[in-house]
Design a protein around this ligand. Sequence first.
Ligand code: 5GP
Ligand code: ZN
Length: 113
Amino acid sequence: MIDCPFCRIVLRQSPADIEYEDDVVLAFKDIYPKAPVHVLIVPKRHIASILELQLDDVETIGRCFVAARAIGQAKGFGERGYRVSINCGPEGGQAVYHVHFHFTAGRRRATEI
Ligand code: 5GP
Ligand code: ZN
């Protein structure tokens, strides 16, 4: 079993404030939010980093974007918009090595993260 904080959340072994779930994707509030709305969208299957992404992962990653859209709609940002970003690797600011999309919204200048 991989010792991964986001796998533990997926397996309900650690608590999280869950915002969205489907068969492939889980989304939960970031514990240290950097925007009025800050949700992390993760594939349920462990993929460590975009640095290790394989062609087989394309469907899974695509589903994370579709989940982002659903979260945007559900939270009332479907037209106002939001930011979806991924930190990739040590120099890309990635701290947790389970791919996650930062969904941030509710701030005028969305690029301030
Ligand atoms: P990274 O720098 O890897 O792109 O971002 C990791 C994010 O995960 C950070 O924004 C951090 O606040 C969040 N985070 C780290 N550990 C946990 C956790 O155990 N639960 C939740 N909900 N968020 C976490
Ligand atoms: Zn994991």
